[in-house]
Design a protein around this ligand. Structure first.
Ligand code: FE2
Length: 427
């Protein structure tokens, strides 16, 4: 007998009336219309069953610290870094852990079960690193928490920056980070990319750099990152995060750059909520949108994912671990309004993000981990439109969180789960 059978589910690729059979925490079969004996059977009633949301770019050491020690009044990236610098000497490991665990609870409620978090390695005390390693231990088995050694103050610019970053890797941090646009000069930025990629190649690590998170169209570290990836044979193991300078780059240059990124197998993460609020701050009107060229990168064959980046921290006072909100903003800022484009925005917070993170056993297919989310929506596009309610969240076949069915589901009439009104507005 099966442990769990979910029937009548719609999958993100559009297949309907699908049954998902689960045994010992794994999916054993995904077939249309399957009926079989199971300890528990859940009728999905035609609603969307998706693999868990994945956030490939987050800062869990800073989350929920909004207002500490003060609010970022200008709203700029640089004032955010300054506020974080003021908070750092006051940080206590217990506080970081408590805030991060509170965020992890939000994440579970939202069906967000894989998070790649950068962790600041600039402080020789390694306090944020130790704190997030502890969080990773505590949430293991529930959230796949991947940590990136992130030299917030610049690996070459900050005293002993490289040494501190290497210490973080020695302690168990998973991925090599970087911030070339924050180094002192363009050439030091390029040097940092080279050194960090060499370090990752030596240690067999993935790379994920904050890359060109600026409106300066001449910030071209993504080019160096793609070059070093090819030179060192790191194809498929490197990611450029943000890449906002690409928004304002010369179009002719971009026409050469996009194939280079695609050939190098470098993936790109845009962070729509943060990019649209932090970038363009030096512009008069018209103001740039401040997000990288998502549809063009996708069309060139680059894997593009969306991250949340920040929730209630020195850079962003909003957010609630809702990756559908991230997809919703990405869709608008990138003007991805075709059916294909909207679907791609859903993929950007699920499968594309899982690919960036190299997650094993991710997906709704036989052999995958039985982790998924039942949404109160008929398909992926409706899920984004509604920032849909998470009815149930499973991890390895076990329910982690449930949210009651929302009556006012605002569904298109005639679709599964549409509201039955007792007192409709239309009389
Ligand atoms: Fe970031």
């Amino acid at each position: 007998m099966l442990d769990l059978l979910i029937t009548n589910a719609t999958l993100p690729d559009g297949r309907c009336d699908m049954s998902v059979a689960v045994q010992a925490g794994r999916i054993t079969e995904v077939t249309a219309g399957l009926r079989a004996a199971a300890a528990e059977t859940v009728d999905a009633a035609g609603q969307l069953l998706t693999p868990p949301f994945c956030d490939p770019h987050f800062h869990m050491d800073a989350t929920l610290s909004y207002g500490l020690p003060r609010v970022n009044e200008s709203g700029t990236l640089l004032e955010g870094i300054a506020v974080w610098g003021e908070l750092k000497p006051q940080l206590r490991a217990d506080d970081i852990i408590e805030r991060a665990l509170a965020y992890c609870d939000w994440a579970v409620a939202r069906g967000l079960l894989a998070i790649r978090s950068h962790v600041d390695t600039s402080d020789p005390s390694m306090l944020p690193v130790e704190a997030l390693l502890e969080v990773r231990r505590r949430v293991a088995g529930v959230i796949d928490l991947q940590l990136v050694a992130f030299p917030q103050d610049g690996v070459l610019r900050a005293p002993r920056g490289m040494e501190n970053l290497e210490r973080a890797l020695d302690l168990g941090v998973d991925v090599v980070g970087g911030i070339p646009h924050f180094e002192r000069t363009m050439s030091e930025g390029a040097a940092s990319v080279r050194l960090l990629c060499e370090l990752a190649a030596e240690r067999g690590k993935l790379v994920d750099m904050h890359c060109d998170e600026t409106d300066d169209p001449l910030s071209r570290h993504i080019e160096t990152l793609a070059f070093e990836t090819q030179r060192l044979g790191l194809q498929g193991r490197v990611n450029g995060s943000h890449c906002t300078s690409m928004h304002g780059m010369d179009n002719y240059y971009v026409s050469k750059l996009l194939p280079l990124i695609a050939q190098s197998g470098v993936s790109v993460i845009a962070n729509p909520l943060i990019n649209i609020t932090l970038q363009g701050r030096h512009d008069g009107y018209p103001k740039r949108r401040g997000m990288t060229r998502v549809p063009e990168l996708m069309a060139a064959g680059v894997n593009v994912a969306f991250g949340h980046d920040c929730v209630m921290d020195p850079w962003y006072g909003m957010g609630s671990a809702d990756m559908l909100e991230v997809a919703h903003m990405g869709l608008h800022v990138a003007q991805m309004t075709s059916r294909t484009g909207m679907q791609a925005c859903f993929d950007a917070v699920t499968t594309n993000a899982a690919q960036v993170m190299h997650l094993d056993g991710y997906g709704i297919a036989a052999g995958c981990e039985a982790s998924f989310v039942l949404l109160q929506a008929g398909d992926a596009i409706e899920a984004i439109r509604l920032r849909a309610n998470r009815l149930k969240v499973w991890k390895r076949g076990v329910v982690l969180a449930e949210t009651p069915h929302v009556a006012a589901a605002l569904r298109v009439p005639g679709r599964p789960g549409a509201v039955t009104f007792t007192a409709p507005a239309r009389r």
